[in-house]
Design a protein around this ligand. Structure first.
Ligand SMILES: [Zn+2]
Length: 239
């Protein structure tokens, strides 16, 4: 479940991302009543089997939810919640724009890895990279973005749309070789198969910087939760 909005005295309208039908709105009738069996499950992050009485021309009603994974580790940590909230919002935007239901599996795999204790910022960067493909703005990282050469790749540039080789580079920022290589690895990695994820903090910052510039330049997506994350990072840097 991506979003919840209170409705009338005791109900909620929920935005649910489904694997088969994409985004749908459902009414959780009476779910704010203390005794409602929908109370505990009519919340953002609920992940499970939703039984819905579907009406094509009208309001669909939520009947039951069997939770598959409560994501308890994520929900008990404010930093993880912040990253996970951003992932929900970003995934919703991407599905709205592209209708690619593969985003569902990517989102769930990301939340599971975050819940297993992997770095929420790196998992976020991985999903951000992968979603570029579904937004139709995949970076050129199989070769130089200008000449196509696969030799002598020296940096990556958001402005130029991807990798740059020694010959095509002019005065772009030089990212570390590790950062350049990792951006490609993270783009292609199968999130559900990750078993080790150790990236030096300086490299992680560079990767995040490239992704942020790339999104700013090509994606045209503005999310409140992203701003919140930026402020969170500023605070942790000062601390
Ligand atoms: Zn080139």
């Amino acid at each position: 479940m991506l979003r919840e909005t209170n409705y009338s005295e005791a109900s909620k309208i929920l935005t649910v991302f489904t694997k088969d039908y994409g985004l749908i709105s459902v009414m959780a009738q009476g779910c704010r009543n203390l005794k409602s069996k929908l109370r505990g499950v009519s919340q953002k992050f609920s992940y499970g089997i939703f039984t819905i009485h579907y009406r094509e021309n009208g309001v669909s009603n939520l009947r039951t939810v069997d939770i598959l994974d409560p994501f308890l580790t994520v929900l008990s940590d404010i930093e993880k919640i912040s990253y996970a909230t951003y992932l929900l919002e970003l995934s919703e935007q991407v599905v709205k724009e592209s209708d690619h239901l593969e985003v569902f599996d990517l989102l769930i795999a990301s939340l599971k890895k975050m819940n297993e204790g992997y770095s929420p910022s790196i998992i976020t960067n991985i999903l951000e990279l992968k979603l570029l493909d579904y937004l139709g703005i995949r970076p050129v990282i199989d070769g130089c973005s200008i000449c196509g050469s696969t030799k002598d790749i020296v940096t990556v540039s958001a402005n130029d749309g991807g990798y740059l080789c020694k010959n095509c580079m002019t005065n772009q920022k030089i990212y570390s070789a590790r950062t350049v290589k990792l951006i490609r690895m993270l783009f292609y990695v199968d999130i559900s198969k990750i078993t080790k994820l150790e990236i030096h903090e300086d490299t992680r910052r560079e990767i995040a910087e490239f992704i942020e510039e790339y999104y700013d330049r090509y994606a045209g997506i503005y999310l409140k939760s992203k701003n919140f994350l930026k402020n969170l990072n500023k605070i942790s840097k000062v601390g």
